[in-house]
Design a protein around this ligand. Structure first.
Ligand SMILES: [Zn+2]
Length: 59
């Protein structure tokens, strides 16, 4: 059983490579995309909403 796979909070895919923030996990591709996304980009609010999920998990 592969235990290193985690479910990415942004894309919902199970990935091995990525970063852990609190109890959440963001895969490498999503993390790269977030870094490259401009605040004026249409995708930005989506990422912000996803990040909010992480803060809710912490509570
Ligand atoms: Zn992802």
């Amino acid at each position: 059983m592969e235990s290193s796979e985690k479910c990415c909070i942004v894309c919902g895919q199970k990935q091995v490579e990525g970063i852990a923030i609190w109890k959440a996990f963001i895969c490498q591709s999503c993390e790269q995309e977030m870094v490259q996304t401009d605040v004026l980009d249409d995708k930005y609010p989506f990422f912000v909403e996803r990040m909010k999920q992480i803060w809710k998990m912490e509570a």
